[in-house]
Design a protein around this ligand. Structure first.
Ligand SMILES: Cc1cc2nc3c(=O)[nH]c(=O)nc-3n(C[C@H](O)[C@H](O)[C@H](O)COP(=O)(O)O)c2cc1C
Length: 176
């Protein structure tokens, strides 16, 4: 099983458009894929009680991650790092089990560097807590220019990049 995480809850986020595109690519390559969008986190996840009995408030998502062989994290760069909601989500994961799997990172930004700081920040968090990080990372700069008004990805070059990356990650995970 491969789970894809969209790491923001911002309305209209371009990283969600990228995440949906990645999900569609994986659906063609494997029938064992799911999508977790942080805009769907329950309100209880943001109450102080959420820390008392982790991961109860996010149990549905936590259970899915615990079954995943590979996790694809699509992440925008917010203030030079991981969006707060993604860090909070990780802080509610069951430790150490949730970290003990294979991850890959696709970072996104409107600027020229493709979210390299968010990618590095997330990689460090996952690695320090026991994750295995696929060495091929994808950085997507100037993300607004990749989509038309119907939210379709118009950059063929980036589509091919994402397809090749997805095939390589499936091989790394060892799962069809
Ligand atoms: C709260 C916030 C902080 C941001 N900080 C950065 C940043 O530090 N560096 C950067 O390149 N882009 C930054 N951006 C712009 C994002 O790269 C841009 O919104 C891009 O579309 C990806 O984010 P999205 O998935 O929310 O659309 C920021 C955007 C938001 C909403």
């Amino acid at each position: 099983m491969i789970e894809i995480i969209i790491s923001t809850m911002r309305h209209g986020a371009f990283s969600r458009k990228v995440g949906n595109e990645v999900f569609n690519i994986y659906k063609i390559l494997t029938n064992d894929v799911g999508l977790i969008d942080l805009k769907d986190l329950p309100k209880e996840a943001f109450l102080a009680d959420a820390y008392d009995d982790r991961p109860r408030a996010i149990k549905e998502f936590s259970d899915r991650l615990l079954k995943a062989d590979g996790v694809v994290v699509v992440i925008p760069e917010y203030n030079s790092g991981v969006p707060g909601v993604m860090k909070h989500f990780i802080d509610l994961w069951k430790f150490p089990e949730t970290f003990n799997r294979k991850f890959t990172i696709i970072s996104v930004s409107s600027g020229a560097f493709g979210g390299i700081r968010a990618s590095g920040h997330l990689g460090e968090i996952l690695l320090n807590r026991g994750g295995l990080i696929f060495p091929q990372k994808i950085l997507i700069p100037n993300v607004e220019s990749l989509f038309n008004e119907k939210d379709e990805m118009i950059s063929e070059k980036d589509k091919i990049r994402l397809e090749n990356h997805s095939k390589a990650f499936i091989e790394f995970v060892g799962k069809k």
